[in-house]
Design a protein around this ligand. Structure first.
Ligand code: ZN
Length: 468
């Protein structure tokens, strides 16, 4: 059987997931993500390794930008096939891609003005990677597939989407290949969630696969918190409001914002925190939250239980959802303590910067980090304990308390990755580790080879493998 697998991204690093599977004369692209690490940004501009017109279908694991962010380029460069995704992923990808296109257009226009002012040209022509109009071309190509349904792809190929427990709609994709008497199953893990999270289900496990392509974001780490998410959150809110300060939380609009709302809603209901004003100050997060409400039947039992009691995790006393900049500005004149959630999640842009300016020099306020903070971001500088930071050209002393919760991560930690692998009842022909930094991924590969005796590869960018 001639099956070929080529890795077009998320190889020995975390962003730009794109994997090409060729079998029975068909070509499937699994994910089409944007490269977001500074070192690899140029790859977003390079031509696809194969003309997109020659790809038959795209299968999307979930709607994070590093998995779907290059779809407008794929379609713009000639892809004419269907994009298979769960219904929630298709809806979420629409919000995420439109937001991305807006930001790319804004950045390009900002760069153009600055270059005109400085009389120079940038490394790229000052045009956006894609526009809102380009993103709009993607949506008619979506073909939704329910979890567990078998989607035929022609020529003896089919795919099943199974819940990955990572974000709303997220899937692991099982591709089946039947070629004469030969049968092969290839499982793409997508991003694997954590077990026992309140909004999403537990990750699906599989009894067998011939080939496994697994993410390894936390190949070398555990999520270590002192206490549960609810305990830390309650302590932070109670201590900060007693001191008369605000709790400022940089949030990612997709999933993390809704998860914080869920925890706060439960804490308010259980009277573990006072009913103070809580603001979700992000039009995109508000839009995504409405989508979660629409897909409430797909949420995990903890969240569904709240709905059944006639309460909503996304609506509780004291909560306000702000969309407009005018609404956002009213927060600064609020007397008394409040909880403010805004993007961007790493404080690199967006309304959160404004709220940090107002709170970072107040010892009675708390900056609470609930997501990953990449190197060289404002979020990382604050988290690392820099005594002084620059925000919008202003030097500010970090006097507020800084707290981090790690347990909210959407990714399986090392022990969860091993738990997922141990569920396979028979060894695969080969395991590929992707979507992780080189060193921890290679360490984990060595450990699996030693402990389980499986053949493991950590592919490099654009490397190809013939699967027998
Ligand atoms: Zn993801």
């Amino acid at each position: 059987m001639a099956v070929r697998l080529q890795f077009w991204g998320a190889d020995r690093q975390i962003t730009g997931s794109r994997h090409l599977l060729e079998a029975a004369g068909r070509r499937l692209l699994i994910d089409c993500g944007m490269f977001q690490e500074r070192l690899f940004l140029d790859r977003n501009w390079e031509p696809f390794p194969l003309p997109p017109a020659e790809i038959d279908a795209c299968l999307l694991t979930h709607a994070h930008l590093d998995h779907c962010g290059l779809l407008p380029r794929l379609v713009g460069d000639g892809f004419r096939g269907p994009i298979l995704a769960t219904p929630a992923t298709a809806d979420l990808a629409r919000i995420v891609l439109l937001d991305s296109a807006h930001i790319l257009e804004e950045d390009a226009s900002f760069k153009r003005k600055r270059h005109q002012r400085e009389g120079r040209r940038g490394p790229h022509p000052e045009i956006p990677l894609y526009t809102v109009a380009d993103a709009e071309e993607v949506f008619p190509r979506f073909r939704t597939v329910a979890y567990r349904a078998e989607a035929g792809l022609g020529a003896g190929l089919s795919a099943r989407f199974q819940d990955a427990g990572h974000i709303l709609g997220s899937a692991m994709i099982e591709v089946r290949i039947v070629d004469g008497d030969a049968r092969r199953t290839v499982v793409f893990s997508g991003d694997i969630g954590q077990w026992n999270k309140p909004l999403v289900h537990d990750p699906t496990t599989f009894p067998r696969a011939d080939y496994i392509i697994m993410e390894s974001t936390y190949a070398g780490r555990e999520h270590e918190d002192e206490g549960t998410v609810d305990d830390i959150l309650a302590r932070v809110v109670n201590e900060t409001s007693a001191a008369g300060g605000n709790v400022v939380i940089p949030v990612f609009a997709v999933e993390r914002a809704q998860e914080i709302l869920f925890h706060l809603s439960r804490l308010v209901a259980d009277r573990r925190i006072p009913r103070i004003l809580t603001v979700l100050d992000s039009p995109m997060a508000v839009e995504v939250t409405a989508l979660f409400d629409r897909y409430r039947g797909e949420l995990d039992e903890d969240a569904r239980a709240l709905f059944q009691e006639g309460r909503s995790p996304f609506n509780f006393p004291g909560l306000k959802l702000f969309r407009t900049p005018e609404e956002s500005k009213t927060i600064n004149s609020i007397r008394g303590s409040c909880i403010i959630m805004a993007g961007s999640g790493m404080a690199t842009g967006g309304r959160i910067k404004h709220h940090l300016i107002y709170n970072i020099e107040r010892p009675e306020s708390t900056i609470l980090f609930v997501g990953y903070q990449a190197g060289h971001t404002l979020g990382r500088q604050i988290l690392d304990g820099q005594p002084e930071v620059r925000i919008n050209g202003r030097r500010l002393l970090v006097k507020a308390r800084v707290v981090r919760i790690q347990g909210l991560s959407g990714h399986a930690a090392q022990s969860d990755l091993l738990r997922w692998l141990h569920a396979f009842e028979a060894p695969p022909r080969r395991l590929f580790l992707i979507h992780g930094e080189a060193e921890p991924a290679l360490d984990l590969a060595g450990r699996i080879e030693r402990d389980l005796g499986w053949p493991v590869s950590v592919p490099e960018y654009q490397s190809a493998y013939v699967l027998d």
